[in-house]
Design a protein around this ligand. Structure first.
Ligand code: MN3
Length: 252
């Protein structure tokens, strides 16, 4: 029986509270929770949350739709933020609400995402990825580059900033279909890789793992109006609008 149906079955037949059923989604056997009865249902939540249902938010864009012109056009930004990103947030919240899923943060959910159906994986991933993406961009960054400890780490790992950019571009070009390319930090190690669809390196089921420092959306909806099928040109333009201060904050 699919997980969702199983929870509904348990809820209907055993009269479990929504919180206890949410616990089952986190890998806690609700029957054990009932038998041991060691406090409030929320206390069985391994994420350490309060038992409140997780809801995601879509922050305002930190700049105007046309602020990243000419590298990303205003129409693409408007559709991307107002329709695509909003849909991911709304859809994820609908699933979290209907399944009474409790976590203390979006990141804690992503670290357990293998326990859920693809609908939550795709929408919660899309919500998180786009929030991160908007913050990693800024207008008027032409000619800028990483500095300080981040620059040292990039040069030490990849040889040079240019070589880093070449490898990152190759990851974006090599992502077949829709997905993302990332620079991640795992311990003291930097690496570059891709994830399909709306997966990301915070997900327990991701092959590429680590703390995201920088990511680029290589779905066609991110670039098609201006660049059509020329994904490489879009990635080349991306370097003009990277917010290296944000990347450095993630690295620190
Ligand atoms: Mn997108």
């Amino acid at each position: 029986m699919p997980k969702t149906n199983r929870r509904k079955f348990l809820r209907n037949t055993l009269g479990l509270s929504a919180a206890a059923v949410a616990g089952s989604a986190l890998g806690v056997n609700p029957l054990n929770a009932l038998v041991s009865c060691s406090g409030s249902p929320g206390s069985s939540n391994p994420s350490g949350g309060t038992g409140e249902i997780l809801q995601l938010t879509q922050a305002d864009l930190p700049y105007a739709f046309d602020a990243l012109e000419p590298h990303i056009d205003a129409r693409t930004m408007e559709i991307h933020y107002s329709r695509h990103h909003k849909a991911y947030v709304d859809n994820a919240n609908g699933i979290l609400e209907s399944e009474s899923i409790s976590y203390e943060s979006p990141e804690a959910l992503l670290a357990n995402i293998s326990q859920y159906a693809d609908g939550l994986r795709n929408n919660a991933g899309g919500a998180w990825n786009h929030s991160f993406f908007w913050k990693s961009l800024r207008p008027g960054s032409e000619g800028n580059a990483p500095s300080g400890a981040l620059a040292d780490a990039i040069n030490g790992t990849f040889g040079s900033f240019d070589e880093f950019k070449a490898q990152f571009k190759a990851a974006g070009l090599g992502q077949f279909g829709s997905g993302w390319a990332w620079l991640v930090k795992d311990g003291d190690t930097l690496s570059i890789g891709g994830t399909p669809n709306q997966d990301n390196p915070l997900m327990d089921l991701s092959e590429l793992k680590g703390k995201p420092l920088l990511g680029i959306d290589v779905w066609e909806h991110a670039y098609y109006l201006k660049y059509q099928n020329q994904r490489g040109n879009y990635i080349d333009s991306f370097w003009n609008i990277v917010n290296w201060d944000f990347v450095a904050e993630q690295f620190a």
